[in-house]
Design a protein around this ligand. Structure first.
Ligand SMILES: Nc1nc2c(ncn2[C@@H]2O[C@H](COP(=O)(O)OP(=O)(O)O)[C@@H](O)[C@H]2O)c(=O)[nH]1
Ligand SMILES: [Mg+2]
Length: 238
């Protein structure tokens, strides 16, 4: 609980067998998260056994994709404040306090992994990914006149329950570029938000999204295409 509000955390998992238990334990140790939901998205063998050793509950989502996993997690929670993160040990659980300190002022808080002093040694945030993310974020900021943005790929975020209700019917992207869709929808629906620096560390195990520069470049292109076409894609304000 945080100030009398129920707090949940959604952790999608695909390839995090060797880090998921530690990641969950780090969040458990904070003692403010009431419900940790692991969305198993056809995850590596042995992942469920690791989750079973923790207090988290596991739901199975067979529809493959980061967006599909997060949208499933959103459907599973009834908490007042909902965190989304990753169980690959790249983020720091203690950063939840940074998010919580803004959630009274805005309805959604997004993390950013491109702020220099917050990038740890060995983190997968070299020049290409850092400036690529920054560039795509600035494209979004300028085209849609948003608050300052410096990352479009950060999966650590916090949203209020009532805000999620406003957004949930709009989500379409089931793939890895669901994150920017959520950001664009926040602006489209006139929902106040802020983006804040978070720590970003070296990953345990292989990244299946941005570990390979070609995959990262392709994802960047998909994100740019989404940003350029978002206005014409017929997202309605309900
Ligand atoms: N690649 C991939 N990741 C998925 C999928 N479903 C959920 N995820 C999650 O997406 C997150 C990002 O993946 P990761 O390999 O860490 O990529 P990175 O953060 O760009 O290095 C992880 O939490 C995965 O568990 C999927 O179908 N494919
Ligand atoms: Mg990751």
């Amino acid at each position: 609980m945080w100030k009398g509000k129920k707090v949940s955390l959604i952790l999608p998992t695909y390839n995090e067998k060797d880090s998921i238990r530690k990641s969950i334990n780090d969040f458990e140790d904070l003692k403010i998260i009431d419900d940790i939901i692991v969305v198993n998205n056809n995850a590596a063998k042995g992942t469920s056994e690791e989750v079973a050793k923790t207090s988290a509950r596991e739901v199975i989502e067979t529809d493959q994709g980061y967006g599909a996993a997060i949208q499933r997690g959103f459907k599973e929670t009834d908490a007042d404040l909902i965190f989304v993160c990753e169980p690959d040990d790249t983020f720091v659980a203690n950063d939840v306090y940074k998010f919580l300190s803004y959630i009274d002022d805005v309805e959604v808080v997004y993390g950013s992994r491109t702020v220099k002093n917050f990038i740890g040694t060995g983190a997968n945030m070299g020049r290409f990914l850092k400036w690529g993310n920054w560039f795509v974020a600035k494209l979004m900021e300028i085209l849609y006149q948003t608050n300052s943005l410096s990352d479009v790929g950060c999966t650590f975020r916090l949203i209020r329950k009532n805000t999620l209700k406003k957004m949930i019917g709009h989500f379409r992207i089931r793939d890895n570029f669901f994150g920017p869709e959520m950001m664009l929808l926040t602006k489209h629906l006139d929902i106040p938000f802020v983006q804040i620096p978070v720590k970003y560390k070296e990953r345990v195990g292989e990244s299946s999204v941005t570990g390979d520069l070609i995959k990262a470049f392709k994802l960047g292109m998909q994100m740019i295409w989404l940003i350029l076409t978002f206005k014409f894609r017929g997202y309605k304000k309900k």
